[in-house]
Design a protein around this ligand. Structure first.
Ligand code: SAM
Length: 279
């Protein structure tokens, strides 16, 4: 019942989040804020690393975070996992580690993020650390937009390579359903996506001239660039990404922090830069 297989990058991603959370709690320990930890795609609590024949099972991010109790804990832990079976499994695990102030719900993260925003908006002393780790493109731009102006630090796994770039066909022959999915995820109009990633060229041969469409070889970077520009309209600051590639060195994900706080971004950059060097 664990989540699907992850690579060694899964462990690094969790390690970055854990270290950031410890730094966050250390800073927050000096202030009288009410702090919430929110995990919107929380999983079952365990992850398999490797493949069907050869794997190990590790603790997922949720378990690691509820374990951190020093220098302080969060006031509230809120976990969202859409799959009821995984939710039940996660709930049993995290509640066995921490009995108070832990909430686990089986809902769509996009719906619950709206409620989180309402909760934070009600009281200026409320802050939140939000971790969004979707499998694919199941996070809506409008959910991130809800967090504008709130005291939120966000860590987001963007499926720039495995999700978005795969939908952007070389010849721009993209179905209406795929365009809608891309627009809903990035919150960016298809014209801007097209303009940033494709170009028209006129090719001339013996039979005359024709126009061909080519996709940029840097499509992944361009997508990430336009996405982070968009995120900066909500949070102001975005860290460098931890760049996650597969065995063939193709980009899968960008994992990064967005915040309104410069110290948060500095801590995130230090963590990310240290791990990127190992690639
Ligand atoms: C990559 S896994 C999360 C792994 C987790 N962060 C960990 O460290 O163990 C993504 C999870 O999100 C869940 N999920 C997918 N769509 C969702 C949605 N719209 N709302 C909430 N959960 C969703 C999936 O069932 C899956 O368990």
């Amino acid at each position: 019942m664990e989540n699907e297989f992850g690579g060694s990058w899964t462990e690094t991603k969790i390690e970055i989040l854990e270290k950031y959370t410890f730094a966050y709690l250390t800073i927050m320990n000096k202030y009288p804020f009410h702090i919430t930890y929110f995990d919107g795609f929380a999983g079952s609590g365990e992850i398999k690393i490797g493949n069907e024949d050869d794997y190990k099972v590790i603790e997922g991010a949720a378990q690691k975070i509820v374990d951190i109790g020093s220098p302080r804990s969060f006031d509230i832990y809120y976990f969202v996992e859409k799959d009821e079976t995984k939710k039940q499994r996660l709930e049993a695990t995290v509640k066995s580690k921490r009995s108070n102030n832990v909430f686990v719900v089986a809902e769509d993260c996009n719906v619950v993020l709206e409620r989180l925003a309402g909760f934070l908006r009600k009281n200026k002393m409320r802050r939140a650390l939000v971790f969004l780790d979707p499998f694919g493109m199941n996070l809506d731009w409008s959910s991130i937009e809800n967090l504008k102006g709130l005291g939120v630090d966000l860590w987001l796994l963007s499926p720039t390579g495995v999700g978005a770039n795969r939908l952007l066909k070389k010849d721009l022959n993209i179905s209406e359903a795929w365009w809608k999915r891309l627009e809903k995820f990035f919150g960016i109009d298809r014209d801007l996506i097209t303009k940033s990633i494709y170009k028209e060229e006129i090719v001339t041969d013996l039979f005359g001239s024709r126009t061909i469409i080519t996709k940029s070889s840097k499509a992944n970077n361009k997508l990430f660039e336009i996405y982070t520009e968009k995120i900066k309209t909500i949070f102001g600051l975005v860290s460098n990404p931890y760049v996650i590639v597969n065995r063939n060195n193709s980009l899968m994900y960008h994992f990064f922090c967005a915040s309104n706080n410069a110290s948060a971004i500095k801590i995130a950059n230090d963590l990310v830069n240290k791990h990127n060097k190992k690639i």
